[in-house]
Design a protein around this ligand. Structure first.
Ligand SMILES: C[S@@+](CC[C@H](N)C(=O)[O-])C[C@H]1O[C@@H](n2cnc3c(N)ncnc32)[C@H](O)[C@@H]1O
Length: 284
């Protein structure tokens, strides 16, 4: 710890605290000053603009702020530190043990939403609910939609439950502990999933590898094992539609697998950077 800031002295000003925090975050963050501002605003329970207007005020409980900064400097994701993530048009609660929802999953939601609207779908299942990102957004978009959302782990089911409550969606979204759809006996028209699809030996960034749950990331030795199992399970149940996210390099093997399985049609979709990101299947 250097200088006034970091000494635990409560008279450190906001300006000094930001300067100190920015220096602490240079190695772990792409935008250290911005993240320092976000953390200080979170610590103070204020908007970022407040920092500019009160830069000479002392920071209350500087030690508390210091602890937040040290966590981020150790590469802990910002979302776990503040306990929420911005996703689609909402803020979702997140916690260690639950995947932080990613922007590319918003594309999967848009694909599923198009189909729900076009086919007048009223019952769906989600495999691997995580924070509830997909189910919560879809339930908010379609007030008549019923969703059964599964996860194999307890932490995601707990946090998804909190998000379902936060948005008052408990009449639409049922959470269930299940391997894939094993515990789902109800008929559904569409299954949507952003399953783990990363290969076991893939080198992830430190903030992901050290903090995010392995069960949410790794799909097997090759990576697409769970995706393949989902395609088989959904077909075997006679569900008509399946929409899945996948890795940018999985189109070719998944296309070959789908050809073997036999479906009525498949369409792959890309993200804004032009990378393959997922697929929508209509079964026979
Ligand atoms: C990539 S995360 C997706 C979370 C969330 N749907 C999202 O898009 O942000 C995958 C989720 O699938 C869950 N999962 C992994 N294997 C599963 C299985 N066999 N059956 C059900 N859920 C599983 C993980 O616990 C994790 O929450």
């Amino acid at each position: 710890m250097t200088g006034k800031a970091g000494s635990g002295n409560d008279l450190t000003t906001l300006k000094e605290a930001l300067k100190w925090a920015t220096a602490q975050l240079t190695e772990s963050c792409e935008r250290p000053q911005f993240e320092a501002e976000l953390l200080l605003a979170h610590h103070l329970g204020r908007e970022r603009i407040y920092l500019m207007m009160h830069s000479d005020d002392p920071v209350e409980d500087f030690a508390g702020f210091e602890a937040l900064v040290q966590r981020r400097a150790a590469h802990e994701p910002y979302e776990y530190i503040v306990g929420e993530a911005s996703f689609y048009d909402i803020y979702l609660k997140v916690a260690p043990g639950v995947l932080i929802p990613r922007p590319e999953t918003e594309l999967l939601i848009d694909e599923a939403a198009k189909m729900i609207a076009r086919e007048h779908i009223t019952s769906i299942a989600e495999i691997g609910v995580g924070s509830g990102a997909i189910s919560v957004v879809l339930a908010r978009q379609f007030p008549n939609l019923k969703i059964i959302a599964t996860d194999i782990c307890d932490a995601p089911l707990r946090i998804a439950g909190e998000n379902v409550e936060k948005f008052g969606l408990h009449e639409q979204v049922t959470l269930r502990k299940s391997n894939l759809l094993d515990e789902v006996n109800e008929n559904v028209e569409l299954v949507v999933s952003n399953p783990p699809y990363i290969a076991e030996d893939f080198m992830l960034e430190k903030n992901v590898a050290d903090y995010e749950p392995k069960e949410a990331l790794f799909g097997g030795r090759v990576g697409d094992e769970l995706l393949r199992q989902i395609i088989l399970d959904v077909k075997a149940r006679g569900v008509k539609w399946l929409a899945c996210e996948m890795g940018y390099d999985q189109k070719e093997p998944i296309q070959a697998f789908i050809n073997e399985v036999g479906v009525k049609s498949v369409r792959f979709y890309k993200d804004l950077a032009g990378f393959d990101r997922g697929f929508v299947i209509e079964f026979m």
